[in-house]
Design a binder for this molecule. Structure first.
Ligand SMILES: [Zn+2]
Length: 322
């Protein structure tokens, strides 16, 4: 039984990575086609609304507590190759949230790096060790100072191991983007891999967006450059990012901008500025990353506003099934 006292409110189910026996290797948090079918069965097909129905019911204030929808973030190719055939088989129309720097030849290397660390090492911990070796910095004090925060993060995001979280803290807080990139690129070099050669295999092409749109799935915004800490950007930077994302998607889809009305917050990161910008752009539905109320964001209740709809991560659901 999927629904319990803890999740008895309408929300989205958040999917990221899928694997198969061919192009897409199994990686942290990824699921295969059979897992996906099982998740759908576990939630109950009748409780999963098509994206456009979920959207309409939200606007009309008619969503029931046991109604969910499916959402896919980050324009990850395995969603097209593995998840889409299942969605089409069961006729479930979903949301796909796309960041757009990808289509300007500047993909978020986060995915390329992820692919690298999951595919070119025997284990992810082997990657972490190699990374720390190349970085060559004393991190003892940093980990000590962040002990409480790391613990709190683990409670909020139980699907990450402590090693995963420590790595993310080093990447996000200890290093600047440039420093992180430098370490990663020297690792690529040592393994003799060109990161750009991996992109087509890992991320959407424009034609994938058109395919989804033609099939009746809903395409939405996910910012332009997928900044991990979007809320740290100032008002104008945030505004530029969403305006750019909107205009690129409307171009690809050959649709007026006011037909794109949904979004998800990259890495669940937003603040009051973000919400104001999105409202001004005519966005009418936004998803966050967590199933909890985040008082630090000014939230007073779950599904606090139409731009703060809760989502459950698929990795948490799969754990309940297995
Ligand atoms: Zn994302």
């Amino acid at each position: 039984m999927y629904f319990s006292k803890k999740n008895n409110f309408y929300h989205g189910i958040m999917f990221h990575h899928f694997h198969d026996d061919k192009l897409h290797k199994s990686s942290q948090g990824s699921i295969n086609k059979d897992n996906f079918y099982n998740i759908i069965k576990f939630i109950g097909k009748k409780n999963i609304l098509d994206a456009n129905i979920f959207f309409e019911k939200l606007k009309d204030n008619k969503l029931k507590d046991n109604e969910v929808c499916f959402t896919f973030d980050d324009a990850i190719k395995s969603q097209i190759d593995v998840a889409l055939p299942v969605l089409e088989d069961l006729k479930i129309k979903s949301f796909f949230f796309i960041y757009t720097s990808l289509f300007e030849g500047k993909p978020d290397y986060l995915e390329v790096y992820r692919h690298f660390r999951m595919n070119y090492f025997n284990s992810v911990n082997e990657f972490y060790n190699y990374f720390y070796k190349v970085l060559d910095k004393d991190l003892k004090l940093f980990f000590q100072n962040n002990y409480q925060k790391i613990k709190a993060f683990k409670i909020k995001n139980p699907f990450y191991s402590i090693e995963d979280i420590k790595f993310r803290f080093v990447r996000n807080f200890f290093l600047t983007n440039d420093q992180y990139e430098k370490v990663m690129l020297s690792m690529f070099k040592e393994k003799k891999i060109n990161p750009n050669s991996l992109i087509k295999q890992i991320l959407f092409e424009k034609k994938d967006i058109l395919t989804l749109d033609n099939l009746g799935h809903l395409i939405g915004l996910h910012s332009h450059e997928h900044n991990t800490f979007f809320e740290k950007l100032n008002f104008d930077q945030q505004k530029n990012s969403y305006e750019k994302c909107l205009s690129i998607l409307s171009n690809i889809l050959s649709k007026p901008k006011n037909e794109i009305k949904c979004m998800s917050h990259p890495c669940g990161s937003y603040n009051d500025d973000t919400l104001e910008i999105l409202k001004d752009l005519g966005v009418e539905l936004g998803f966050k990353h967590l199933m909890t109320v985040e008082p630090e964001k000014g939230m007073k209740k779950i599904n606090n506003s139409f731009l703060e709809i809760a989502r459950e991560d698929h990795t948490n659901i799969i754990k309940k099934i297995i």
